[in-house]
Ligand binder design. Sequence first.
Ligand code: ZN
Length: 524
Amino acid sequence: MIKRSASGLDRRTLLAAMGAGGGALLSSATSTVALAQASDAGAPVEEPKGPPASAGVAAQAVDKWKDPILRISHEVWQNAELSLNEIVSHQIHIRELEAAGFTITSRGTSGVPTAFIAEWKQGTGGPLVGYLPEYDALPGLGNAAEPRQTPGPKGVEVGHGCGHNMLGAGCTGAAFALKEMMQAAGTPGTIRVYGCAAEEVEGAKVYMARDNLFADLDAALAWHPAPLAGTGVVRLAAVDMLKVKFHGRTAHAGNTPWDGRSALKAAEMFGVGVQMMREHLQSTTRLHYIYEAAGQAPNIIPDFAQVWIMVRDIDRPKVGSITEWVKQVAEGAAMATQTRAELDLFFGMHDLLPNEPLARHLLRHIQAVPLEWTAEEQEFAKACQREMKLPETGMAPQPLPFLTDVNAGGSTDVGDVSYQAPTAIFAWPTMPLGVSLHTWPVTACGGMSIGDKGSLNTARIMAAAGYDLMTDAELRKAARADFDKRRGDAPFVSPLPPERKQPLGLDRFFIKTGEDEQFADIAS
Ligand SMILES: [Zn+2]
């Protein structure tokens, strides 16, 4: 339901989208309470400054690179692949980047086989701007480019229900257009494109950040598909992910239950213990878990049970202290049931550190791009809304005002980037108002002209902002000062455990072969 507030359209859906990163994290992520508060706070109305001069030049550059940008969006949409398996999708980006004159400086980056880095450089000593394309899809969200739930080109199994086909095309497309602009003006500088695999699960950015691969950037720019357009000072949550395994002893549940020790009972007690924590947690803490293994049959005492739990809060220290408590609860549950607990903290992410000067600058470029929709697009959007039983309000008519000082419950792996370099992220509409991410209409709209507009317009916004960062020392200085102020002096500590060299969910053939030339064969 789209609610109108003092500042125009409700900001909830936008924030949900900005907290969309982090895959499993993302859709479930955003706290309704926090967002409701944010929505009621009311943002100050910005004085329109008008677009910087680079806006028009960027629009022309994107026009020139329209075909490769849309090729990326369309091909990645058609070849929708799950996180950590984006074999074809990451090669599509690499192919187009190489064709555009970029050098691939890293493949299988930081232990993630489908991650990569590409670079283009002109002159010496210029600034360094990074873009963060993603390209993984989601299970169960395949859909045709039609305004109804219907199987897509590869059945209903996998689809771009988070819009990463457009996200990737916009980011890589911005790099093409920025190169064009810098060549025309003779601007010195380096453009770096990070192939950010597996955003929906164990995001590659976290692995790259552990290797300090963002630390030399002057700025990183990214966007996420959403029902709305906007940006602001929005902070997203830090997170830890743990697998809690209980080992017991099996026995016949009817004949000799006293010989067994149930791992399931330990897991149940762990769940109860986590609920007992809640009264003593602050409202910013989120704890959510699933039972991944809980026995095979009721007449066998289960000797193994597994819980996947996520801990979120507004920063790493807060998450760390809650995680310690969760571990104690697991040990306590094991002790009480005479089983053994095994804890694997396999992944974590930083909170997203906003950057006010960069976000304010991005908003000027967002406002420079008209939100125009054809009658057919509005009809398509309304048909999706009808199917989803939402008000038939069509597509977003205008960007939101600047959002200020919001803490949302969702997470993104852009967070780890934001602790290494000034980082700005914005939302752009690629789905009808009221539609949430991780649903079939996102896949449907991403495969037609609404999605194409998303890829091209966001490339325009980020190419223009990238050009300003390359040429405006004052903007870079302001972004750096805001970064230093928010980040403080604490050294960067990766949330990944040192012994984890590659994502837990990586398929075995990737781990066996390791290098990307091996899986080139698998893709063909
Ligand atoms: Zn996403």
